[in-house]
Design a protein around this ligand. Structure first.
Ligand code: ADP
Length: 456
């Protein structure tokens, strides 16, 4: 400002001196007056250029001015550039923030104070069937027309989640959503939606499982309690006592089998996946299954009835069968369940076959076949569900727990093997396990040892 004043005074003095030299004292007054107008004219022109530039906006094409106006323009330029950089940085931060919310597995919606959608992420749009652009500033209550949600909005108590069931494509289970609103700012609300379909399914399964286990245990317990009361209150002959004790032992065995199967299932669920480094010889596994099958057959067939007909791999085949990578106890548990079912459900005189076949691609199939009663097609997809039985009475009669195939499937899945079931009523059943080549290695006598396509 001082420079500006000095420049103005210097101009006045120069005007005065020039005027005085030309016209004496009156010339000095005129020169001063003229110098003042010159200065105001120059200053007004600079101010007009600076103002025009400011009106145009951006820091580019700034006018080249001197003095105070020049400094003003330079400083304004610098401020504008700093402002643009700050804006860019905050825009980048906002984009990062929005991308993070987009990556969230939960739906996120921002609602204004009257419940209109200000922003929503892709998850929310998918879960609630919204379109982020089309539904911008639409009222959420008009778009999500579930009665439970409407009640939740009107009640205004947002301390709990509200559960919504949204239909999905045909066949798939309905999408279960847990929604909650969180008020913030000046009446705005943050709405979060979580997909709890799997949680709900797991909870239903848990409830069903507990109900099934309780039911399975209650039945033999009731029978046992009845027999105990009979033994305590009635005078029975030695023969009758022996008969009742026999029946009690049967019920106890049933409970033992159930507890054993439950423990096996829980071990399968709780233990780490079977190793790919430990190798289990298939031959001895098949031999053990055969031994068990023959022993079980003797126990379950009525005395004097025609024995089962056996078709198991002979010793040479067993020796050539190679090895499976995994856990011996789990593999045995899976295969013995298949074999024991074949024995238990095939009537006297029926044929039971077990076959191990290595395929050209190095994978292998282990099949257990019988020519028993077979299973109707509608039951096949559900056979491996826990406690699913085709005929509850017959399963119990055969000492079944309803968990055998569930255990087999679970144990086999842990070995990357697939269980396939083929059966038709009256035409027997076939349970085939397909082991991937990656879990197999050939035995010393295997025909396919080292053959093409054989992986380790
Ligand atoms: P369970 O202990 O009742 O045998 P599983 O899970 O082993 O339970 O089998 C489920 C159901 O599948 C059985 O109840 C039975 O109805 C049917 N099933 C299994 N294997 C055979 C088979 N080889 N022949 C006929 N039905 C079978």
């Amino acid at each position: 400002m001082l420079k500006r004043l000095l420049f103005f005074i210097a101009l006045q003095l120069a005007g005065a001196a020039l005027g005085f030299s030309q016209g004496g004292p009156w010339g000095a007054v005129g020169g001063t007056f003229l110098a003042a107008w010159l200065w105001f004219g120059w200053d007004a022109s600079n101010a007009a250029r600076a103002l025009a530039w400011l009106r145009r906006g951006g820091p580019s094409d700034s006018p080249h001015l001197h003095g105070t106006w020049g400094e003003t323009v330079d400083r304004t330029c610098r401020l504008q550039r700093q402002h643009a950089q700050a804006l860019q940085a905050s825009e980048a931060r906002l984009q990062t923030f929005l991308s993070a919310i987009q990556a969230s597995p939960n739906g996120v919606l921002l609602l204004d104070s009257v419940g209109r959608i200000e922003w929503c992420n892709l998850q929310a749009a998918q879960q609630l069937g919204l379109d982020a652009q089309r539904d911008h500033l639409q009222t959420i209550g008009n778009l999500v027309r579930d009665p439970a949600f409407s009640a939740y909005l009107t009640q205004g108590d947002f301390t709990q989640d509200v559960l919504l069931s949204r239909p999905t494509s045909a066949g798939a289970p309905a999408l279960q959503l847990a929604i909650r609103l969180y008020p913030y700012g000046d009446g705005s609300r943050l709405m979060l939606s979580r997909d709890v379909t799997q949680l709900q399914l797991a909870e239903t399964m848990r409830r069903d499982f507990v109900a099934n286990v309780s039911h399975e245990i209650r039945t033999p317990l009731t029978v046992l309690a009845g027999f105990i009361e009979t033994l305590q209150t009635l005078k029975l002959s030695e023969e009758e006592r022996a008969h009742y004790l026999d029946l009690m032992a049967q019920q106890a065995a049933r409970m033992q089998a159930l507890v054993q199967d439950l423990l096996t299932l829980s071990r399968l669920e709780g233990s780490p996946a079977p190793s790919r480094e430990r190798w289990v010889a298939v031959g001895p596994l098949l031999a053990r299954c055969e031994q068990d099958a023959r022993a079980l057959s003797q126990r379950v067939l009525p005395a004097g009835s025609t024995p089962h007909e056996w078709h198991f791999p002979d010793e040479a085949m067993r020796n050539a069968a190679g090895e499976i990578a995994g856990d011996e106890a789990e593999l045995y548990s899976a295969l013995s369940n298949l074999v024991s079912n074949a024995v238990r459900y095939t009537p006297a005189g029926g044929a039971i076959e077990m076959q191990w076949q290595v395929q050209a691609d190095g994978s292998a199939c282990l099949c257990v076949r019988d020519n028993g009663p077979g299973i109707a097609a509608e039951h096949l997809p559900r056979l491996t569900e826990r406690f699913y039985r085709v005929d509850r009475g017959r399963s119990r009669e055969h000492g079944g727990t309803g968990l055998g195939l569930a255990i087999a499937k679970h144990a086999l899945q842990r070995h990357e093997a697939q269980l396939g079931i083929t059966s038709a009523l009256g035409h027997g059943s076939e349970f085939c396990v397909h082991f991937p080549a990656a879990r197999l290695r050939p035995g010393a006598g295997s025909a396919l040892s080292g053959g093409p396509g054989r992986k380790r």
